[in-house]
Design a protein. Structure first.
Length: 828
């Protein structure tokens, strides 16, 4: 049998053994309870980075731990392998996006294998495989048939230099991420998924995830969905031409109607230009509109954005009859509410900023609770808090919430408004004018309109890179291939054109967790019975950067599929845990900063177990790790010490009878069971750092028992076995190796997680007489096996001992373990 610690040899050895035994492939016929462990699948850009290594260390510990708790575990892996970086690499370096992608997948896969991750590789998937995207297209068609996939013109981010549409993430500070040109807006027809139909359900069901998802993620989701309750109120625009027209505003504060002193519409409001013309402000308006379209949504909403133009017309307040001036300003967005607002500067900060800039009147209508009435002439902060109505005929004295209800009732009675709920959530724009994605499976026919590709004809194959021109040119790359575009209409057989857009990669990843249950099936996207058997995912792990979109889209897709009868559950992920980031000297690791550490390099020097354990030892899993503060080499040294302990035990005493000093044996047994109990709790709470600290403590105790107290035999064996079982999910190779050296033939990963014996946790308490200068002054109760220092501090804490120590120096301590303590003093 081998001795010593050589991580490279033993890790390679066990990885091979596990693969040969197909240890991590799921047994679908198992009668064990099922546990679906899932980690967010990676995007294949180069080799794995440290963020991946942390994510996988966490995910693997979760999966292995679940297995040892008696579950049949599904722990699959795949690649989110469509997307822009592949295309950019192609544009920048002339690489074939497909080749670039699959080469990176192989590189990452090799590093994953070197990490010894317990994935069921037989279920591996890549979203860019035709076998996968065929079903992404099927998903699109399910939504299309249900009316949840539709086309409409939308303002998209447009780079005039690259002649291309940009996703929001590609717009950095208003500029194109590639060429730094200022991004503009352009109206283009785009595909959308109707996620807004599910807004209320997406919000409501977050309540069922309380406690099992991070509070922060729930808050981000709620905020993104952004439900608000208010009213729609009809104002009348007086255009000077006599009749004028009605325009509806959305407000969350109808109670403040009497405080509205001006009126603002979005520059894109369909009537804005016409009103500006009637008000004699057409020129100023046109210039302003052009300037607006150069800004991003975020810039438009920046805290103190206060640009705008007066349109030269007025709006009449339906409740007060007051006429107020109308402006166009780009802090009002066209696609929220109605694109028109009544402005209440005393109670809304943006309105106040705008009022000050344009010298507009301010009127306080809610008196802040307990505070002084702000002076409308000088106030610089809007009074947004609680309060009681003032300056509002008919409502004065009412608390604002009551006034809100009363005003809505009045508006409804008068037919000039109604209560209304709004969501910030927008429909999901899923089309991209890009090459490296799943083609949208729609055929456009002059006679039949948008015709879905028949399921039997899927996949709509992505042409090879050589067949299209995917360099940015203003037209979608797929539109450059006649062979792709020209087709016949499935409905009438006439000449028709394929849709040339591809899908957002978030569509690919919105359903991959379903596919893993039915990998390899070419007749269905997923088997209904299999998904219902395995899902919802019991434990999902991944980065906090996906707190909003990926999770929201996955939740939406599951709800849509449930409504269509394809799955039997409405939330995909029962529990979610997010890990922190891996930093270097407080900064993000990146190639350009030159502070990049790669997992494969750490494995080269310290081994995979050391990499994994270091990740989990660094601190609470949700916290960031600073790689400058940790030491994989130090972790490897601990593994080496642990190995020595096992080797010595195996050579020198595994079979030797127990030593006669029962107290020492008992002490080690208790330490072992204390560690088992503590570590079990820590695993359940994802506290891997304290798991490792406790295991290091138990290893020290074992070492001291052997080397200082001469303990041998079964209690040492039990302690070492417990360490291996408890360590196995975190450092699977060393645990497996030492488990075998301890005399086992089967895998440590097939064992049950140990359970502690509660009887051994009950501390034996002994009573120790305490002498001061030879006279017994008191007794203390301490755990048997207590150390001298603990007994001395317990003794000092008793009144009588304290009294006799007063004014004297302690010069000597005589401690007879478990029997007696004598404190020797002299006058101070
Ligand atoms: C009057 C008012 C008085 C408002 C007050 C707020 C405070 P949430 O909560 O996000 O739904 N608003 C409405 N539509 C808008 C748009 N398209 N672009 C920018 N702002 C818009 O916000 C709703 C509030 O934001 C609405 O209520 C409206 O201002 C503004 F003391 O109306 B409020
Ligand atoms: Zn047709």
């Amino acid at each position: 049998m081998a001795t010593g610690y050589d991580p490279h040899a033993l890790e390679a050895h066990w990885q091979q053994v596990w693969a040969e035994q197909r240890l991590y492939e799921v047994d679908e016929d198992s009668d064990k309870p099922r546990f679906y462990a899932l980690t967010m699948f990676p995007y294949p850009s180069g080799d794995l980075h440290m963020g991946h290594a942390e994510a996988f260390s966490l995910a693997d510990a979760v999966a292995r731990h679940a297995r040892m708790r008696g579950f049949e575990v599904l722990n699959p892996i795949g690649w989110d392998s469509f997307g822009l970086p592949a295309e950019n690499a192609a544009i920048g370096r002339g690489a074939d996006p497909r080749e670039w992608t699959y080469t990176n997948i192989e590189t990452q896969g090799a590093t994953m294998r070197r990490m010894g991750l317990a994935f069921d590789w037989s279920r591996r998937l890549h979203t860019s495989d035709p076998e996968y995207y065929k079903w992404t297209q099927w998903l699109f068609l399910q939504l299309f048939e249900a009316g949840w996939a539709y086309r409409k013109a939308a303002q998209v981010n447009w780079c005039p230099t690259d002649q291309t549409v940009l996703a929001n993430e590609q717009v950095i500070d208003g500029r194109c991420e590639r060429c730094a040109t200022e991004v503009t807006k352009k109206a283009l027809t785009q595909w959308f998924f109707k996620i807004t139909d599910f807004a209320q359900a997406l919000l409501d069901d977050l309540d069922t995830l309380e406690e099992s998802w991070p509070e922060r993620v729930l808050a981000l989701q709620r905020n993104w969905i952004g439900r608000s309750e208010g009213a729609e109120v009809t104002f009348h625009i007086d255009t000077g031409s006599g009749t004028g027209e009605d325009v509806v505003v959305y407000t969350t504060r109808p109670d403040t109607l009497f405080g509205a002193t001006f009126f603002v519409v979005a520059p894109e409001h369909p009537n804005a230009r016409e009103w500006a013309a009637l008000g004699g402000q057409a020129e100023a308006f046109d210039a302003y509109l052009a300037a607006t379209q150069r800004k991003t949504d975020r810039e438009r909403q920046e805290e103190h954005a206060k640009d705008g133009v007066a349109l030269g017309v007025t709006a009449t307040n339906p409740l007060s009859g007051e006429r107020i001036p109308v402006y166009a300003a780009d802090y009002v967005l066209m696609d929220y509410g109605t694109g028109a607002i009544m402005c209440v500067p005393a109670h809304d900060q943006r309105d106040l900023d705008f009022a000050r800039e344009h010298d507009l009147p301010v009127r306080v209508v809610v008196a802040p609770e307990g505070g002084e009435l702000p002076d409308p002439a000088t106030m610089t902060e809007a009074a947004a808090g609680e309060g009681v109505m003032v300056n509002s005929p008919g409502y004065d004295g009412l608390p604002w919430r009551e006034a809100k209800r009363a005003v809505i009732a009045q508006l409804e009675a008068d037919g000039i408004g109604s209560g209304s709920v709004n969501f910030r959530l927008r429909d999901w724009l899923v089309s991209r004018q890009r090459y490296w994605g799943a083609p949208i499976p729609i055929i456009h026919c002059a006679d039949c309109g948008e015709v879905p590709v028949p399921i039997a004809d899927l996949p709509v194959r992505l042409p090879d890179a050589g067949e299209v021109d995917f360099r940015p040119s203003g037209i979608a790359p797929l539109a450059t291939s006649d062979a792709f575009v020209k087709t016949t209409c499935p409905s009438c057989g006439g000449e028709a054109r394929r849709d040339t857009d591809t899908m957002d990669t978030f569509v690919d990843s919105s359903w991959y967790f379903l596919r893993f249950t039915s990998a390899g099936r070419d007749d269905v996207a997923f088997d209904r019975e299999a998904v219902d058997r395995w899902l919802p995912v019991e434990q999902y792990t991944g980065g906090i950067e996906h707190a909003i979109l990926h999770l929201l889209y996955s939740r939406f897709v599951v709800k849509a599929l449930k409504a269509l009868g394809h799955v039997g559950f409405s939330e995909p992920f029962t529990r979610l845990k997010s890990q922190g980031m891996v930093l270097m000297d407080g900064a993000k690791m990146s190639k350009s900063r030159g502070n990049l550490v790669q997992p494969s390099a750490v494995i080269d020097t310290a081994g995979a177990d050391a990499l994994r354990a270091t990740m989990l030892f660094a601190g609470p899993i949700e916290d960031d790790i600073d790689w400058a503060d940790v030491s994989p080499v130090g972790m490897a040294k601990w593994f080496a010490r642990l190995t020595r302990l096992v080797d010595e035990h195996v050579e020198g005493g595994a079979s030797v009878a127990e030593q006669p000093d029962a107290a020492d044996v008992d002490r080690l047994r208790r330490a072992t069971h204390r560690a088992i109990a503590g570590v079990t709790e820590d695993y359940d709470a994802f506290k891997y750092n304290t798991v490792l600290a406790k295991l290091m403590g138990l290893a020290n105790e074992t070492s001291a028992s052997v080397r200082e107290r001469g303990v041998r035999g079964s209690s040492v064996q039990q302690s070492l076995e417990a360490i291996m079982l408890l360590l196995a999910p975190i450092a699977p190779h060393i645990a497996e190796e030492l488990w075998h050296r301890l005399g086992h033939d089967d895998s440590v990963h097939l064992q049950r997680f140990p359970a502690h014996d509660p009887a051994l946790l009950v501390e034996d308490v002994v009573e120790i007489p305490v002498q001061v200068d030879g006279k017994v002054r008191d007794t203390v109760q301490v755990p048997s096996g207590a150390e001298q220092a603990d007994v001395v501090s317990a003794a000092r804490a008793t009144d009588n001992v304290a009294k006799h120590l007063q004014g004297r120096d302690l010069v000597k301590v005589i401690w007879v373990p478990g029997r007696m303590l004598n404190l020797v003093t002299r006058a101070a």
